[in-house]
Design a protein. Structure first.
Length: 83
């Protein structure tokens, strides 16, 4: 499994959780103690963002990580790998 794909999936789940809670990126940044720009980078799945930023965002959303076997990538995810 490609690490970039895993981070992309995490980023999408974070963005959806934020939206489901009715939070703006600025709201989430305030809750997580981060800048809005850092939250944007997290939601984009930036590999340059440290794990601590992802952890702060997850904590602010009342979420945690769970290690499970990786699912096969979807066709949309595979297509993005070749851009």
């Amino acid at each position: 499994m490609d690490a970039t794909l895993l981070v992309t999936r995490l980023a999408e789940k974070i963005r959806l959780r934020r939206l489901n809670r009715g939070l703006t990126q600025a709201d989430l940044a305030s809750l997580a103690g981060l800048t809005r720009q850092k939250v944007i980078a997290v939601e984009k799945g930036s590999m340059a963002v440290g794990m601590s930023a992802y952890a702060k965002v997850l904590a602010a959303l009342d979420c945690e990580l769970e290690v499970i076997p990786a699912a096969m990538p979807t066709l949309d995810e595979i297509h993005g790998l070749f851009d």
